[in-house]
Design a binder for this molecule. Structure first.
Ligand SMILES: NC(=O)c1ccc[n+]([C@@H]2O[C@H](COP(=O)([O-])OP(=O)(O)OC[C@H]3O[C@@H](n4cnc5c(N)ncnc54)[C@H](OP(=O)(O)O)[C@@H]3O)[C@@H](O)[C@H]2O)c1
Length: 249
């Protein structure tokens, strides 16, 4: 087991990619903290994961939420070894119609939340045995998808945040990011239902000919969180079935 005895927080892990990462970490022997905005949802998902798992409800678009999640984990488990900043929200809107409130909402959850969680977790990791931080970025950090300004800006900033934290907190804390392409979750289902994502066109555009699964992202997260990736820091791993490598539409 690659993560035996490690205390791992996965933010936004009641469903989707976060849930798959939490399950994969638990299979590898980690004690996992499940997070959702809602305490009951987090507790239920944790109970489904097993006796060791803990559910903590906290809204990570707020400083109080980040404080509560990291603080309660340290109080209950004694430390945090792995933090996965996964919670995030999409926003597809023509730039001319994007309101300040929408821009702020996306940045609060997708960028400020990971900054605050990482800062609080790293303070504890640096004072202890060290640790690992993973940030869930996105393919949109590297490819200029129209109508995704706030979302893509938050994810591109997350890639640079990953590098700066990796440099500042080395060698005790490794910080990496994962940039998924199109992965089949509620997040993508919602965009399809709203007519904002054409799955068939996407499959044609992707060399692997399909969308990815949350489990395929989770397996990469296990690798990056484990000692197998001991010399990897400041890196962003793109998991997109070759979409970015293809390079043109
Ligand atoms: N799916 C994709 O194709 C794709 C591609 C690239 C990147 N990503 C990134 O991967 C991450 C996960 O995406 P996903 O598709 O798995 O999303 P998802 O299915 O919509 O799940 C989002 C998770 O985040 C939680 N969450 C939402 N707002 C929160 C808040 N304010 N505080 C705490 N938790 C919150 C949700 O829990 P509750 O609703 O219970 O609070 C849920 O567990 C995101 O950062 C996303 O940007 C996804």
């Amino acid at each position: 087991m690659k993560l035996k005895g490690q205390v791992a927080i996965v933010t936004g892990s009641s469903r989707g990619i976060g849930r798959a990462v939490a399950e994969a970490f638990a299979r590898e022997g980690a004690r996992v903290v499940i997070n959702s905005r809602d305490q009951k949802t987090a507790a239920l998902a944790a109970a489904e994961l097993g006796e060791e798992a803990i559910g903590i409800g906290a809204d990570l678009a707020t400083e109080a939420g980040a404080e509560a999640l990291i603080g309660e984990t340290i109080r209950r488990c004694g430390r945090v070894d792995i933090l996965v900043n996964n919670a995030g929200m999409p926003m597809v809107r023509p730039t001319l119609e994007l309101t300040l409130e929408e821009w702020q909402r996306v940045l609060d959850l997708n960028l400020t939340g990971p900054f605050l969680c990482a800062q609080k977790a790293a303070a504890s990791m640096l004072g202890g045995e060290g640790g690992v931080i993973l940030n869930m970025a996105s393919l949109t950090a590297f490819a200029p998808f129209p109508r995704r300004l706030a979302y893509a800006a938050s994810k591109a900033a997350l890639v640079m945040m990953t590098r700066i934290m990796a440099v500042e907190w080395a060698p005790k804390v490794r910080v990496n990011a994962i940039a998924p392409g199109f992965i089949f979750t509620d997040f993508t289902k919602e965009l399809v239902a709203e007519g904002r994502l054409d799955v068939e066109a996407l499959k044609r555009r992707t060399p692997q000919g399909r969308l990815g699964s949350p489990d395929e992202v989770a397996r990469a997260a296990v690798f990056l969180a484990s000692d197998d990736a001991g010399f990897i820091t400041g890196e962003t791993l793109v998991i997109d079935g070759g979409w970015l490598a293809y390079g043109f539409t």
